[in-house]
Each structure stands twice: as structure tokens, then as C-alpha cells.
Ligand binder design. Sequence first.
Ligand code: SAM
Ligand code: SAM
Ligand code: SF4
Length: 388
Amino acid sequence: MSKSKHKVPQRHGETPLGLYLHVPFCSTSCDFCGFYQIQSDRKGILSYIDGVKRELELVDVGSRKIDTMFWGGGTPGLLPAADMLKVGSSITDALGMPTQEWTVEMAPSSVKRDKLEALKEAGVTRISMGIQSLNERLLEALGRQHSLKQIHKAYNLIREVGFRSVNVDLIFAIPTQTEEEWRADVRGALALQPDHLSTYCLTFEEDTALFIKLQQGKVSIDPDREARFYTAMWEEAENGGFQQYEISNYARPGHQCLHNVYTWRMAEWIGVGPSGSSQWAGSRHTNTPDLKDWLAGLERGERGLVDRTELSDGLLLEDSLIFGLRMNEGVDLAALERRFGRTLRQVAFFDQLVEEGKALREGDVLRLTPEGRMVADAVGEALLGRFG
Ligand SMILES: C[S@@+](CC[C@H](N)C(=O)[O-])C[C@H]1O[C@@H](n2cnc3c(N)ncnc32)[C@H](O)[C@@H]1O
Ligand SMILES: C[S@@+](CC[C@H](N)C(=O)[O-])C[C@H]1O[C@@H](n2cnc3c(N)ncnc32)[C@H](O)[C@@H]1O
Ligand code: SF4
């Protein structure tokens, strides 16, 4: 596979604009999950649908179109088909259809034919399914509701209805998981023949069941084991013909998640729904995470924003470098110089990364080597504050 085939086209002119919709409902609470989610009930769902419509009335994008849309959660796929269609048309009536990509996250237990058909009819192009593992014991260790049988059934149904791209998510370094079990999970996921694979190292999020186990000393974190699992995944994915395009993401050519790529390139996005985050209109801001608080704010005619940070060129440059270096395409220092008016091609820190074998320089492009990608978090931390 040639590298060029993996390139995401660069947009010229306007910065791409994305819309993220947070759907906070779940039917269960997984032991690892720190995302804002609540148990679904009819009253909550109806007030949410109304809230999304109201929030969109407060978002003014002028004549701009949205390029990508991502419905994450929570479990967007938990909404009944008719409700998904209502939310979808509130968005497309207000902002138009996304011009390039529309992803909806589904958990295997929420996948139903009528929902998939409704989503396809509405214009969804990409389904992302959190399978997490193909090992029943590990699914249980994660507190997941679905079985292996449900994964296969849900995946086959998604393929039958037919979407342009299908992603599956896997988690690794789960307590008690062996390296061979992890390799088997990657091979098993690739055998499904998805277009995209996301692999996440298990993180212990505060207030989750697994975090409590960590505090009680019942499970532990081993960075060396995580590094071994990371390398194993890399080998298995490459053997299976998948190329990494970002630290956690692999895709067949032409199937990278554009919504994510644009956020890593520091484009603009608007987050709608409780806990939705935006990079928009000169600031980074997050909606209040609580459904009731979010609705109360909308009643008063406001989006209830918390954590507001004004965007500065320094912040955007720093994040363009941190997130850009996590992608295999790396960063084009000359392009960033043009965008931010800063000298970047002669920065000693980048030369040092090259000397240490952590990065490669090809003309104006700086990208991490495999060794560099293993320590991408540390590289990112070292970049903090350098350009602010
Ligand atoms: C918003 S979540 C959930 C999507 C969907 N509700 C589901 O469970 O299938 C998106 C993905 O993030 C990953 N994830 C969430 N919490 C994680 C954690 N603590 N450690 C590693 N990966 C995590 C999982 O792979 C999950 O599928
Ligand atoms: C975790 S990623 C990818 C999930 C999956 N692996 C895939 O490939 O579809 C989900 C996307 O949702 C966005 N996202 C997640 N939570 C968000 C929030 N609260 N506000 C805004 N965007 C969010 C992330 O920035 C990212 O672009
Ligand atoms: S992983 Fe998905 S299904 Fe599980 S609690 Fe989190 S959002 Fe809900």
C-alpha cells in the first residue's frame, strides 16, 4: 500500500467544520467508561430531542456547511429509529447535510435492522461499533453487556444494510489479558473485514468500577506490558494489510475518519448535547455535562457553556503540533509557518527529536518514527507551553 493512497485530501480555503452530537443514553454502565452517560428512559429521550432542536437554534454558522458529523456517546444507536430520524432532521434542517462524512456510534447490543435502514436512508455514511474484545472472558472483565454472538450478528447486519465505512473499536491491556489473547483480538477484528480499526489502551477513568479496583490494588498498570501490546497490535494490523494513520487508528486506504483527522488538524467543530465540546467562534468550550442542567440552560435561551478557553494562535499551533505528530502524515512545518506566522523550520527541539531517532524530517514535513510513536505522549508533553 503506498503512503500517498492514505492521504486525506487537504481542503483549500475555508477551514473544515464538524458537528459532534453527544447522545448521553446507555442501557448499561461499562466498568471502564468515563464518558457522560445516563440510563435511558422515554421522558429523558423526549426532552433530549427537544433540547437538541433548541440548542441548534442558538448555533449560527452563517452560510457555512458542515463537512463532517459524528454522533458519539453514550450510545447514539440506543435511540429508537424514529427518534434518530427526528434528531437527524433537526440538524440537517438547521445546518444542511454533512458534505463528506456522517458517523454514528453503535454498541453491538443496540444494532437493529430498522435503525440501520433509517440511518442509511437519512444519509449516514459510517458506522462505528465498540466491540472492545472478541474474548468472552475479557468482555466480562470490562463489564460489557454484549456477547461474541451479538458482535457477529450486529456486524453482519451493518454490512448487509451497507454503509460506506465501518469501524470497530478494540481495547487492549485489559487486566488478565495475555499478549496472545490481544493478538487474537486484533486478528479476529480484522477477519471481520472492517474498513477502519481503532485500538485503545485501557485507561482507568475516575469514578469507574475499574478505577475503584485499581485503587483497591485488585488490578495494576504496567507500562512495559502496554508497550508490548502496542507493538503486537502494530505487527498484527500490518500483517492484515491495515495501515496505521494515527497512534490509535488504522484504516484501509481512503477510509480514515475525516471527522477525527480534521479535529487533529485543528479545524473547527461544534459540540451539541450535554458534555459536547466545541472549537468554534474564537473559543474552546464545553456544554454542561448534566442533562437537566443542559435543558435548564436551553430553557433560558443559553447553551450553558463551561470550561471556556479563548483560542490563541499559540494554543492552536501547539495543538496542531501535538495532535499532528500523532498522525503518520506528521506535520508540514512550512504550512504551519504560513498559518501561524511563526518560525518552525529551525526549532532546535525538532532537530533533537530527529537526532534521538524519534522523528524523521522529509523536506518541511516532520513525522514520528515508530520509536517516536511509542513515546508520543512524552513528545506531546514536551511541546506543552513552547509556543503559547
Ligand atoms: C464513547 S465510547 C462508546 C461507544 C459506544 N457506546 C460503545 O460502547 O460501543 C467510544 C470508544 O472509546 C473507547 N473507550 C471508552 N472508554 C475507554 C477507556 N477507559 N479505555 C480505553 N478505551 C475506552 C471504547 O473502545 C469505546 O468503544
Ligand atoms: C473517540 S473518537 C472515535 C471513535 C471511533 N474509534 C471511530 O473511529 O469512529 C470520537 C470522536 O468524537 C469526538 N468527541 C468525543 N467526545 C466529544 C465531546 N464531548 N465533544 C466533542 N467531540 C467529542 C472526538 O473528538 C472524536 O472526533
Ligand atoms: S462504553 Fe459505551 S455502552 Fe459502555 S457505558 Fe460507555 S458509552 Fe455506554
